[in-house]
Design a protein around this ligand. Structure first.
Ligand SMILES: Nc1ncnc2c1ncn2[C@@H]1O[C@H](COP(=O)(O)OP(=O)(O)OP(=O)(O)O)[C@@H](O)[C@H]1O
Ligand SMILES: [Mg+2]
Length: 364
């Protein structure tokens, strides 16, 4: 078997369901021992990609390799991967021990080994002592942990997880996110995690593959996905962004000036984009600042008026009009009941400012 640094290689894979191209010429390599997420809107092909890795679907075109080996024609049970689904589908008439032991019994593993491995898997998911419980006696989070143990007990090379926390309430989901991440780091196996929840992907992943319409638009570390989105779709789907449409008016090696929506914006240079090019400048709302006094003639400073104030606990969003074409959203930490700072009200005249380095120039 070829020795590969990648656990999974997806090479020019397309999956067609009749007229629908669920996955469109996708190429991606998954490093050993890392936590990957597929993140994208409903119907973008996340589950289909996972099912092709697991062997439940066959690619229409292209090749999938696991551990360097082409797995074409290999049935799911012969692939060294296990899948955990959103609906954990435990056997209701079996207790926790028997649920977790099921796969090993099918493989005629000796009893003593089953005992050791089930014990070890339950320890990983912190369910030691619950061997005799039945699924209906456990919470959703605990049941999902049993499902995890049932997959981990097989010691797969790669664990595939398809929205495994989707059925849990927000608080439990957040707790399980941290637990899953810790577990992955401890056991060191590769996780491929499917979600349409951007915060979940940012929290847990070493790498995020942002998908849309059957393609991977960007594969990168969470911070790079957030700070350096490659396309408008990525900048829009992950977090919030202000977009200003314009044209490059001048450029040097360090900065470019973009004119658009009645503003002159300074942004970091992009060697591949020259004067005259139509671009989109993306700025995160939390990278913009509001003040009531003008701050000298710094770049990216505009007079504006507050149109809306939306308080949401830890932060407050301000909708600010610069001119009739430009309405920007600025997000700041809430000042609470501090009266000296609470006069940023609707109708107030203000200045908006952001550092050139926080602008991201994109092409549509
Ligand atoms: N068995 C199938 N037969 C026909 N079309 C399918 C089948 N499975 C998926 N599709 C289509 O392929 C596309 C991708 O579906 P997929 O389930 O991979 O999306 P997803 O990204 O997992 O979405 P979600 O977030 O809603 O789970 C969709 O248009 C879907 O309707
Ligand atoms: Mg899906």
């Amino acid at each position: 078997m070829p020795d590969s640094p990648y656990d999974i290689e997806i090479l020019n894979v397309t999956k067609q369901f009749g007229e629908t191209k669920a996955v469109d010429n996708l190429t991606m390599r998954v490093e050993r021992g890392k936590f990957y997420s597929f993140l994208g809107p409903s119907g973008c092909g996340k589950t289909t990609t996972l099912r092709m890795i697991a062997g439940f679907e066959q690619p229409t075109q292209g090749e999938i390799r696991i551990g360097g080996e082409n797995v074409e024609g290999l049935p799911p049970y012969k692939r060294n991967v296990n899948t955990v689904f959103q609906h954990y589908a435990l056997f209701p008439h079996m207790n926790v021990f028997d649920n977790v032991a099921y796969g090993l019994r099918q493989k005629k593993t000796p009893d003593a080994e089953i005992k050791t491995r089930v014990h070890e898997a339950l320890q990983m998911v912190r369910l030691t002592g619950r061997e005799k419980s039945f699924p209906k006696q456990m919470s959703g989070g605990q049941q999902q942990r049993v499902a995890l143990a049932r997959a981990l007990v097989n010691r797969p090379q790669v664990l595939l997880l398809d929205e495994p926390l989707g059925a849990l309430d927000l608080k439990l989901r957040k707790q399980m996110q941290l637990e899953l991440k810790t577990l992955q780091t401890q056991v060191g196996i590769t996780f491929i995690y499917v979600t349409h929840d951007q915060e979940e992907a940012l929290t847990m992943s070493d790498y995020i593959a942002v998908m849309n319409a059957g393609r991977v638009l960007q594969l990168d570390k969470p911070m790079m996905i957030y700070e350096r989105p490659a396309t408008k779709f990525v900048a829009d789907f992950i977090g919030e962004s202000n977009f200003i449409k314009g044209r490059i008016a001048s450029a040097d090696s360090e900065y470019i000036q973009v004119e658009g929506d009645g503003m002159k914006i300074v942004a970091p240079a992009r060697a591949d984009l020259g004067v005259g090019r139509e671009v989109l400048v993306a700025i995160r709302p939390e990278r913009m600042l509001l003040s009531q006094i003008a701050i000298g003639d710094r770049p990216n400073t505009f007079a504006a008026r507050i149109e809306e104030v939306v308080y949401s606990g830890s932060s407050t969003a301000y909708q600010v009009r610069v001119n009739e074409n430009a309405l920007l959203t600025i997000r700041e930490a809430s000042v609470g009941t501090d009266a000296s700072k609470s006069d940023l009200k609707r109708g107030e005249a203000v200045y908006v400012h952001w550092e050139p380095a926080t602008s991201r120039v994109l092409v549509e």
